[in-house]
Every structure is written in C-alpha cells, then in structure tokens.
Design a binder for this molecule. Structure first.
Ligand SMILES: Nc1nc2c(c(=O)[nH]1)N[C@H]1C(S)=C(S)[C@@H](COP(=O)(O)O)O[C@H]1N2
Ligand SMILES: [Mo]
Length: 193
C-alpha cells in the first residue's frame, strides 16, 4: 500500500462513498437529476453570468486530473482519475469582478459549501463528470461534482447546481456545524477553533 504521502491522520481505503456512513446526506436519497433539464447557474459578482445546459457544459474544454480524496473522518482514496472542466476554465468564462473573493456552491440535495477563489484556481480543482473513465454515477455526485483535492472532501460538493461569486464569505453546511472553513488536509485543519 502506498501510504507514504497521505496527509496527517488519514488512512487509505479502496473506494469512495463511505461519506454516507460518516456524514449522512442531508436528504435520505440521492437526488434525481434529469440531464435534459440540468442547468448550471453561475452568477453573482461576475462580468458574464451564465446558465449552462448539460450540452453546453460538455462542450467546455476538459482535462484529466489524478488526485487523492480525503474525508475529514480519516479515510482517503488514492489515485482518483477525475475528468472534467478545470475550475479555472469556468473562471475565464464568467470573468469575476475585482471584489469577488468567495465562491458559494449550492447542490441538488440542499448541501452547500464555499471556497476562496484563490483555492479554486489551483490546477487540480475540477468540475468533474467522469471518474476512472466512467460517467460519474449519482451516488458519487454525478452528473457533475466539484473536486478540491487539498481540502477535506466536505468542500468537494456533489450534484452542483448553482455557483455564486461573492464579496463576502458565507459558511457552508458542515462549516456551520463545527468543521474548519479552511479545511486544509496538509495542516490537519479539521475543526473550527
Ligand atoms: N451535495 C453534497 N455534496 C457533498 C456531501 C453531501 O452530503 N452533499 N458530502 C461531502 C462529504 S462529507 C464527502 S466525504 C464527500 C463524499 O464523496 P463520495 O460520495 O464521492 O465519497 O462528498 C462531499 N460533498
Ligand atoms: Mo466527509
């Protein structure tokens, strides 16, 4: 087992999905998502707000990004081969205004999280729709989820529907409930102090 460079306090497991045990979803079922009606809204403090259909989203340039996935409860999944749109690509499309610092994510299950723009501009941050060569299944966040490898996985929002660029920070679901807003896996930063 290649556990050499796991962040502090993490142990390797071999598949995603343990979140449902550690952090029960806020609705009992995975949300039903109809690709024909799917819309990604990106708005707030941007020059060019957009509403993208599934076809629009698939037509954006996409890349593969391999990363490890770390849940704050201590499990990690190595070498996830995500495929999707770099968050950077979306930023170039919507053109944030100078005062826009924090990005708020709203999901089909009612879940929310937020991140600083600077954290989302990292090369390994993707809006993923494939994992290990397969279309992302609903239980893993399909059709599209955020992946932020250097933060605990509660920042990696599944079933993303609405992305709002904002001047001010608004805390997300777990961040309001005692988890760290910084959520830096390399600093073992798990709980709000
Ligand atoms: N929309 C949404 N996104 C979410 C969650 C959630 O409950 N709803 N849980 C988070 C947590 S705590 C984890 S560990 C990961 C789990 O991702 P996985 O199902 O691919 O393992 O999703 C994160 N994103
Ligand atoms: Mo988690």
């Amino acid at each position: 087992m290649k556990t050499d460079n796991l962040p502090p306090g993490q142990r390797e497991i071999d598949a995603l999905l343990k979140w449902n045990v550690d952090h029960p979803g806020i609705i009992p079922e995975n949300p039903e998502v109809d690709l024909g009606k799917w819309v990604l809204t990106v708005d707030g403090e941007v020059e060019n707000p957009v509403k993208l259909s599934w076809q629009d989203f698939l037509s954006l340039p996409a890349t593969e990004s391999v990363s490890d996935f770390h849940c704050v409860e201590g499990w990690s999944v190595r070498n996830c081969r995500w495929y999707g749109v770099k968050f950077r690509t979306l930023v170039d499309l919507v053109k944030p205004k100078k005062n826009s610092k924090c990005i708020f994510f709203e999901c089909a299950d009612g879940y929310t999280t937020s991140l600083d723009l600077s954290d989302l501009l990292r090369e390994n941050v993707v809006l993923a729709y494939k994992l290990n060569g397969e279309w992302l299944e609903t239980p893993l966040g399909g059709p599209m989820r955020l992946v932020v490898p250097d933060k605990y996985a509660y920042k990696s929002a599944m079933w993303v529907e609405h992305i709002t660029f904002s001047k001010r920070r608004e805390l997300g679901y777990w961040e309001k409930r005692g988890y760290s807003d910084m959520a830096d896996v390399w600093k073992n930063d798990r709980y709000r102090r």
